[in-house]
Each structure stands twice: as structure tokens, then as C-alpha cells.
Design a binder for this molecule. Structure first.
Ligand code: IVH
Length: 671
């Protein structure tokens, strides 16, 4: 063992402080000051010193964040102040009741409330003595929890040593896993043949309560602090002041938060969070309101286990349980057969649902969903409701297994499932379900936008044999239309007018309307800009297509395949014949395109404009605005409170710029 000189000791201490400083910049502030490589050099040097001089290793050394030795069981910890739970409000009326109760409790005195997200993780307490993390515990039953100190030490955003600190500090917060990290974790577990977690909360709890801290260290745990227990040596007057203290001490403090002087502001904050829920990097199930002044909090006091000064105003739950009445198969415009569960109607997240997609046979098998099963259904954002899992305890033995048919349930043609693919497809191009799907797609909003041509009408037109392909729409006569069910003279004329108006839709929409596989609105736009006319696009070979910015080999092949099919060429000819103009496309903004070939991703809150406006600025300059970060991203513009996209950018080494730097680029010059 090498001799430990005072210089070596000092170097180790300096490295420790420096590394923790960079941990803070990276994990708490989301603003790294040095490159990953430079960080690794510091870390490796410290690890090397500690290896040569084992007596230098301290429990709060950053090298110890990789996880200590496993334990047999967790010790129990008594919280010096109980960790309370929260009363719920589930409607505007209940929020108003809380506001009134609180006001009455304060004898009518005005008060302010701090509003912040209610995170879906698990509550913990961190105890610091003279600035050093000495204990970390779960909430447990509120009185006593488990000692998970070794595991909490592995979370990089938890400071092990505070710079300037009160004699004793109990900090409280929520340990959680960001949604994207959760998905990655589950993928990793599945690849390793392990059981994935049902949701981010379970993943966070399961990861924190590992007897082997090295496993915890490998999990992407994150923390937000939202309160204090006993504090000696510091005083705050408000909850907001507590959070500011925590922030100044180097903790990651819950955000976004807002000081609300009236119930109106709290309701507005709730609405904003509810609407922005999907875009948030973490799961939240509501908004927490806390009376800001601590003296007022104290006067309001605690009732049984929950404080009167606080309330959790919850979002509508997006999961519910119901029964699968039947499983039916739908056929889409590409012929894809999709199994759909017909459900006992149930309210989920404020909307009644009676169908849920089951995706494909593999999904049904994986989740073992049977007709008659009681299931958990979920609605996330605007997507189609889906079945999450089966409540197997409710099985009676009368449930029926389901297997996808080998023939199309609509036309009876063979349904083929190519080797290696998960979906089976009806092979009959003339299958009425496919025809209906193609016509409906052709007429939809982002495509030719034929007003008044909805599902019911399309069904009739196809079933009566009046329409076999989208082009047939342009040959319909007033007489034919007026003869349809629920079709008055007037509405027949309206539809003809709408069809007439659709003939001059811009080229991009026409391309999208054709329904080429993998060609969505954005790609259609790219193709229109690049090729300028339908003729040029039809002529383009695969190589030319694939050399277009944003068009990969799969897409190029799909496009080529579409135009190589004589039936499709005949369809385009017939559309032209019917009057569709496919107008040549000129570039939207003339002049130089400084951002051509560049992809931008915006994350966090911008100060100068909305995200949509910023994205429009990019597009006007020939660039592309994407929703997620990948290796192809050129710039990530990080606003306030940027989250997982920023992490991703760093992981991939994508250039991160501030909003001001972005603004500067707009002025002119190439990026
Ligand atoms: S404060 C005084 N703030 O909700 C109240 N809790 O039902 C103590 N939670 O056990 C908690 N986000 O796990 C508070 N911003 C937030 C929260 C939050 C999530 C959880 C926490 C607590 C439970 C109470």
C-alpha cells in the first residue's frame, strides 16, 4: 500500500468536491460545465487514488455511488416527524371546498398556496448532520420506514455532502423514474429475460428497495424534493422559502411550481398540468397545493394522518377495470387485421370507452387475454385505449382463448402473416374493408379534406358498389348521391361542392392522400418539396429517393414499390381524369435556406415563443423540427426545466444550445 501523504489526501478531497460539483451541474441543474470525458478523467483519478490508499475511501465519496455491499434486510427508522399523506380532491367542487375550509380555518385571513406536480413515485426522507448525509429512509407507514441509505446514495442528484449546512436537516421528497428511462429499463430487463415492471412507480419502488445497492445503482432513479422535516440551525417562514433553502443547498427541487394567490390560479395550474401531462418527462397523477405561510400551516394543523394545509387535486385516472365481452377483428386500409376487445363500457380519464385495441396475436398471447376476462384498461393521451393486463384473480374458468382467423373476416380472402412480422394482412386489394379504409384516408383532414364524407357515407358508397377506389369519388353524380340513405338534395350538392374544392389541394396533401405505406403528412411534405411534381416523384428511382434528406431505405423502397404497381399508376391517372390537379409545388419561402439539412429538437419551456412558433421558424429556413432526440439530431434547444431529451442529447453527444443561441442563429448565417 502506498504511503498516504497530506498532498494525496488533499488531492482526493479536491477531486471529491469537484466531482460532486459536476454531479450537481449535470443531475440537478441540467447544465453540465465539462464534457463527459473530462468528468470521467476526474472520476478515474479519484478511483485510482482510493485504490492505492483504501483508507481515503469515505462513505460520501462519489465513487461509492456505484453501490455498497448487499444487506440481509433493511433496518427500520422512526421518523422524527411523521410523514403524512394527503387528502384528495377529484373535482373543481372539491377543490373549492378545500379552499373554503382553509379560509374558514384561518378565520377568513387571506392566504396563498404553492401548486406543484404530484409525482408518482415513493416518498423518502434524507437526514443530514453537519452537512453529511447520514440516513435515508422510505416513508413506510408514515411513523417508521426502512433504512435505504446505501441505496439512496447511488442517486446522483442526491448530495452526499452539503457545502454550507444547518446542524441537522431532514429533507423530504419523491424518488421516481422518468417515463423514457422506464421504457428503456423495461427493455433492458426483457432482453435479460427478467420480468418488466408494470409502471414507473413500481419500477422506482422496486429499484429503491433492493437489498443489493449495486442493482439500485444501475437503475435510472431520480428525485424531487418537496419539503422539510426537523431542521436545526435554519429557519423559514414559508413553504416556498423551504424550497429555496433546499435549492440553495444543492437539492433538486420539485418543478414547475407556482405561487397562487387565489383558487383561480390553482385551477389554471391544474388545467395546464393536466393538458401537458403527456409531454412531461415524469408521471404525475395530480397537483399538490400547500398553504405557503408556515405559521398558517401550523394554525390549520393536521387531521388524523393528513395536513389540513395541503390537498392533492388529482387528475382523472386513466386506468380502470372492466370485462372483455368479445374479441373482434378489424381490417384496415392496408389490409392489416387488428384484434379489438369489445368491453363492458367503463369511464376512463373522463371518457367512456367500450373498445380497446389488442394490437396483434403476439400481444394477446403475451398478456394472455381471453374473452370474459376482467382486465385493466388504459387511455394515454389521444391514443386508442389499450388493455394493460388481466386481473387473473377474477378468472372463473369459463373464459375463452382467442386465435386470429386465417381468413379476412370481411371478404373471406386469405390472411397472410409474413415470416418475422407481427400482423396478418388480407391479401385481397379489392376487399371492401380495405377500399373503405383507403377512401376514408383519402378524404380525411390532413389529406384531400372532403368535408361531409364520413365513415357512414363511405360505407354506403362502397357497399352500393358506387366507389371502388378514391378516384371514383370524382365521377359520382348528383343523382347517385341523392339516392343514398339520409341524403337530401342539399347535402348531395354540398358533397359535390366539397369534392370540387378538394381537386386543387396542394401536392403534399395529394401525395399523403394516396396512402403509400409509411408516408405520413410530414414525409409527404418532404417529397413534395424535393420533387416538385407528381411526375418527378413517380419517375424517381430508389437511389434518388433514398438520397433525399429524411428518406431512409425502408421508406424509399415502399415509395418505389407503390409507384411500380400499374394499378396505382392507373389510379393516379384516373384521379387526374377526375379533375385532381396535383399542382406543382414551389418552395414555401423563397431565398436562402440556412437550416437546410439540419434537425432541431426543442425541449423545456421557451421564453421568447411557443414551441410551435420556434418549430415554424426552423421549417421556414429549410430545417426540420423533430419531437425526439436521435443521432440524426443536429441541435437540441434547451429551455427552462428541460428534462429527458437533454439527457438523451448528452448521451448521444448531440450539440445543446440555449434559446438565445438559437435566436442568434435565426438572424442569418449558416448554423
Ligand atoms: S407532500 C404534507 N408533495 O403523495 C404532505 N407529496 O399522499 C406530505 N407525493 O407520500 C407529502 N408528490 O409520496 C407531497 N409534490 C408532492 C408530492 C407528494 C407526490 C406523494 C408522496 C406522499 C403522498 C401523499
Amino acid at each position: 500500500m502506498a504511503h498516504t501523504t497530506p498532498e494525496v489526501r488533499r488531492e482526493a478531497e479536491r477531486l471529491r468536491r469537484e466531482i460532486e460539483h459536476h454531479n450537481h451541474c449535470y443531475y440537478v441543474l441540467d447544465k453540465p460545465e465539462i464534457s463527459d470525458a473530462a468528468y470521467d478523467r476526474l472520476f478515474d483519478r479519484l478511483a485510482e487514488l482510493e485504490r492505492q490508499h483504501p483508507e481515503l475511501v469515505t462513505p460520501d465519496s462519489p465513487t461509492q455511488r456505484v453501490g455498497a455491499q448487499p444487506v440481509e434486510a433493511f433496518g427500520t427508522v422512526r421518523h422524527s416527524l411523521p410523514m403524512l399523506s394527503l387528502d384528495k380532491a377529484t373535482s373543481q367542487a372539491e377543490l373549492a371546498e378545500w379552499w373554503k375550509r382553509t379560509s374558514d380555518g384561518l378565520g377568513g385571513e387571506p392566504f396563498e398556496a404553492v401548486a406543484e406536480p404530484k409525482l408518482d413515485g415513493l416518498a423518502v426522507e434524507l437526514v443530514y448532520e453537519d452537512g453529511r448525509l447520514v440516513l435515508g429512509a422510505t416513508r413506510g407507514d408514515g411513523e417508521t420506514g426502512e433504512d435505504v441509505t446505501q441505496n439512496l446514495r447511488t442517486i446522483r442528484s442526491i448530495p452526499l455532502q452539503l457545502a454550507s449546512a444547518p446542524a441537522r436537516l431532514e429533507a423530504r421528497g419523491e424518488v421516481y423514474i422518468e417515463k423514457q428511462r422506464f421504457a428503456e429499463l423495461n427493455r433492458r430487463l426483457e432482453e435479460a429475460g427478467e420480468e418488466p415492471f408494470a409502471n414507473p412507480r413500481n419500477a422506482a419502488a422496486g429499484s429503491l428497495r433492493q437489498l443489493d445497492p449495486r442493482i439500485t445503482a444501475s437503475r435510472p432513479l431520480q428525485i424531487f424534493l418537496y419539503g422539510l422535516g426537523v431542521v436545526e440551525g435554519a429557519a423559514c417562514e414559508t413553504y416556498d422559502g423551504e424550497l429555496q433553502l433546499l435549492d440553495a443547498l444543492g437539492f433538486r427541487v420539485v418543478r414547475p411550481r407556482r405561487l397562487c394567490p387565489s383558487i383561480g390560479e390553482t385551477a389554471a395550474f391544474w388545467r395546464e398540468m393536466n393538458e401537458g401531462r403527456e409531454r412531461m418527462p415524469f408521471e404525475m397523477d395530480g397537483v399538490v397545493l400547500k398553504v405557503n405561510r408556515l405559521d398558517q400551516q401550523e394554525r390549520l394543523g393536521v387531521r388524523s394522518r393528513s395536513p389540513r394545509y395541503s390537498v392533492a387535486y388529482k387528475f382523472a385516472p386513466r386506468q380502470a377495470t372492466t370485462v372483455v365481452r368479445d374479441i373482434e377483428v378489424q381490417v384496415g386500409r392496408t389490409g392489416a387485421l387488428t384484434p379489438v376487445a369489445r368491453l363492458e363500457p367503463v369511464r376512463v380519464g373522463g371518457v367512456e370507452i367500450s373498445n380497446a385495441t389488442l394490437h396483434n396475436q403476439d400481444e394477446i398471447d403475451r398478456k394472455d387475454i381471453r374473452i370474459g376476462d376482467t382486465v385493466v384498461v388504459q387511455r394515454a393521451g389521444d391514443v386508442i385505449p389499450e388493455v394493460v393486463s388481466v386481473v387473473t384473480e377474477k378468472r372463473t374458468g369459463r373464459e375463452k382463448k382467442f386465435t386470429m382467423p386465417s381468413a379476412c373476416p370481411v371478404c373471406g380472402a386469405k390472411a397472410e402473416r409474413p415470416e418475422g412480422e407481427v400482423v396478418a394482412r388480407c391479401i385481397n386489394f379489392a376487399c371492401p374493408a380495405q377500399v373503405k379504409g383507403r377512401v376514408e384516408h383519402f378524404a380525411c383532414r390532413g389529406a384531400m379534406d372532403v368535408e361531409g364524407l364520413g365513415t357512414k357515407l363511405v360505407d354506403q358508397l362502397v357497399e352500393k358498389g358506387l366507389v371502388r377506389s378514391p378516384a371514383d369519388l370524382y365521377f359520382l353524380t348528383h343523382e347517385q348521391l341523392a339516392g343514398l340513405e339520409r341524403m337530401a338534395e342539399k347535402s348531395a350538392q354540398n358533397l359535390l361542392d366539397a369534392l370540387e374544392a378538394s381537386k386543387s389541394r396542394p401536392l403534399a396533401r395529394c401525395i399523403f392522400a394516396l396512402g403509400i405505406r409509411h408516408v405520413g403528412e410530414h414525409v409527404a411534405d418532404v417529397l413534395a418539396q424535393e420533387f416538385g411534381s407528381i411526375e418527378a416523384l413517380v419517375e424517381a428511382d430508389e437511389e434518388r429517393l433514398a438520397s433525399t434528406f429524411e428518406i431512409g431505405p425502408t421508406l424509399a423502397a415502399a415509395i418505389r414499390q407503390f409507384f411500380a404497381n400499374p394499378e396505382n399508376l392507373a389510379a393516379i391517372e384516373r384521379l387526374r381524369h377526375g379533375g385532381v390537379q396535383f399542382p406543382p409545388c414551389r418552395r414555401a419561402v423563397p431565398g436562402p435556406l440556412p437550416f437546410a439539412g439540419k434537425t432541431f429538437v426543442f425541449t423545456g419551456a421557451l421564453q421568447h415563443s411557443t414551441r410551435e412558433e420556434a418549430e415554424a421558424l426552423v421549417k421556414e429556413r429549410g430545417g426540420r423540427a423533430a419531437g425526439s432526440v436521435s443521432k440524426k439530431t443536429d441541435f437540441v434547444v434547451a429551455g427552462e426545466a428541460a428534462g429527458s431529451k437533454l439527457d438523451k442529447a448528452r448521451q448521444l453527444g448531440v450539440k445543446v444550445i440555449t434559446e438565445n443561441e438559437f435566436r442568434a442563429m435565426l438572424g442569418g448565417g449558416a448554423p
